[in-house]
Write a protein that binds this ligand. Structure first.
Ligand SMILES: Nc1ncnc2c1ncn2[C@@H]1O[C@H](COP(=O)(O)OP(=O)(O)O)[C@@H](O)[C@H]1O
Ligand SMILES: [Mg+2]
Length: 331
């Protein structure tokens, strides 16, 4: 697996747009940073040009996992508008082909970036000269986190097999789903209804996406079609981390089927990574596990997921298929 997407470009054409893969999950401590550091390191090792971006301005630690002790610049410089060229924030890491944009030195007094700034950031991320750009998102469902999660269709949700993580993953997917819808809808009245539906206990009785679709269609049928189209394009991917039992592995399938039934969206179960003591050792050694312990179980599962990322995704299901699939009920 030594093909290098970057090498295919001989310099005469502008670099193709990077594949941006945001990694979120709602909950802290489930392994988002671990997944980003290791998928990035794995693909870099295979010869791809990779950038790992720490999008967690409040809990930056991707630099530590990658062995960059004191980053001299950070995404905070972009957010605070001290630096407009995101490529200037790229730092070398000890791993060949892997660069980092850290998130250290954020000013707690600086508010979250404005929506306009976030749009700029999303555009800038796509132009990073790399084959893959991973973005490590912070915990929670702040609109800024959701905007980064929607950068591409390749957003990954990391889930740990425990009820709190599963609960937060659904909250995260729900937030991503509604934010995406609200941005896609054009009519003022329809956007108002979507905003209303975002409140789980809204007085209009909209409890599920099916209820919402019905409401939207009654207002404007072309917006109804746009609604279904937006869902069709939303295909998050799931990784279950810290798996210990066969039951834990199945979690990815059940989240997938809830996504289908409840949201009518086609999530993909990208794979799982088992619980491995070598993971903690590698974090303490400030090296990705795939570099420090390449033969460990976790490294083998990470390599398997990395290979899946190389395969182009099958095309999204047709609008009719999706519409037919949605059934009422809450997750
Ligand atoms: N597969 C795993 N096996 C064992 N420990 C893990 C695994 N994945 C992550 N960890 C441990 O969990 C800690 C928290 O992971 P981290 O990636 O920082 O979570 P998050 O970014 O979601 O807050 C890591 O420091 C690491 O020690
Ligand atoms: Mg983290």
């Amino acid at each position: 697996m030594n093909a290098n997407l970057g090498a295919m470009n001989d310099g005469r054409e502008p670099h193709p747009v990077a594949r941006v893969i945001p990694v979120g999950g709602g909950k802290g401590g489930v392994g988002k940073t671990f997944v980003v550091a290791n998928l990035a390191a794995r693909l870099a090792h295979d010869g791809y040009r990779v950038a790992a971006v720490d999008g967690d301005l409040e809990g930056a630690n991707l630099h530590t996992c990658l062995g960059v002790p004191r980053p001299r610049c950070s995404l905070a410089d972009f957010v605070a508008e001290r630096e407009d060229d995101i490529a200037k924030l790229l730092l070398e890491t000890p791993i060949e082909n892997l660069q980092l944009i850290a998130a250290t030195a954020s000013n707690l007094a600086t508010p979250q970036p404005s929506h306009a700034r976030r749009v700029r950031l999303v555009r800038a991320l796509r132009r990073i000269p790399a084959d893959f750009v991973f973005v490590d998102l912070g915990a929670g469902t702040h609109p800024a986190v959701m905007d980064y999660f929607m950068i591409g269709e390749d957003g990954v949700v990391v889930i740990a097999p425990e009820p709190t993580s599963v609960e937060n993953a659904y909250a995260f997917l729900r937030a991503a789903f509604y934010r995406r819808l609200r941005l896609a809808m054009v009519s003022h009245d329809v956007r108002t209804v979507v905003t209303l539906a975002m409140d789980e206990r809204n007085e209009r009785g909209i409890r599920t996406p099916v209820d919402l679709l019905r409401e939207i269609q009654a207002i404007d049928s072309s917006e109804g079609a746009r609604f279904v189209e937006t869902m069709r394009a939303f295909r998050p991917r799931i990784i279950v981390n810290e798996v210990r039992t066969a039951e834990d592995i199945k979690l990815g399938f059940s989240v997938r089927s809830v996504c289908r039934k409840y949201f009518g969206i086609d999530a993909e179960y990208l794979g799982y990574i088992n619980h491995d003591e070598a993971a903690r050792r590698s974090v303490r050694a400030r090296r990705p596990i795939v570099a420090a312990h390449p033969r460990s179980d976790a490294s083998i599962y990470i390599a398997r997921i990395a290979r899946k990322l190389l395969v182009p995704r099958p095309s999204a299901p047709s609008t009719a298929q999706l519409g037919a699939r949605m059934t009422p009920g809450a997750p």
